[in-house]
Design a protein. Structure first.
Length: 80
């Protein structure tokens, strides 16, 4: 049942309908032609290529960093 649901969501018309409803981009390029022009042409939802060229993702941290971050966050939350 879960795989059928995923297949359904990935249908271009369905992905586009969801995008039109939530005003949030989706990565399904086959759906783009079905997305309302108001949504598709909004640079806050679908940034232009010159903006996308400057985007980056952060690299995952190691376990040591994660432990330090958890300790620091615990100190902030508890005030200790």
């Amino acid at each position: 049942a879960a795989l059928r649901f995923i297949d359904y969501i990935l249908e271009p018309e369905v992905s586009a309908a969801i995008t039109n409803y939530v005003y949030f981009a989706n990565p399904n390029t086959a759906a783009t032609e079905h997305v309302d022009a108001e949504v598709r042409d909004d640079p806050g939802i679908y940034p232009p290529e010159e903006t996308r060229a400057n985007l980056f993702s952060l690299k995952p941290h190691g376990a040591r960093f994660d432990r330090s971050l958890t300790r620091a966050w615990t100190e902030i939350k508890t005030g200790r």
